[in-house]
Design a protein around this ligand. Structure first.
Ligand code: FES
Length: 105
């Protein structure tokens, strides 16, 4: 645990995004380094909100921080799942050698 990690039981540099291990300090440093002016830019440069949960855990915190910094967070954290939904019918058909198309009808 670092010197700045805890003071009086409160974490001075809390983790914002657990999936990508992004802390508040990382977000502030990114703003200083790259003159970021939107939540989308912050997301792309720090990967906050781009983890396996796609911002479901950290999204509300990121949006609150964005509002506090004067940014409009609308649409910045739209999740993009790595796969699209599949129907059970398509899954079952994929398991058949002929793709589910019976030729003996
Ligand atoms: S906690 Fe941020 S993407 Fe999962």
């Amino acid at each position: 645990m670092g010197q700045d990690a805890e003071v009086g039981g409160a974490d001075r540099d809390p983790v914002v995004c657990r999936c990508e291990a992004v802390r508040v300090r990382d977000l502030l440093m990114a703003q200083d380094a790259w003159a970021i002016d939107s939540l989308r830019q912050l997301k792309l440069l720090t990967r906050a909100g781009m983890g396996i949960c796609q911002g479901r855990v950290c999204g509300s915190v990121l949006e609150a921080l964005a509002r506090a910094w004067g940014w409009d967070p609308a649409g910045a954290l739209a999740s993009r799942p790595p796969a699209r939904p599949w129907t059970m019918q398509a899954a079952l058909a994929a398991g058949k050698p002929n793709g589910g198309h019976d030729e003996e009808r």
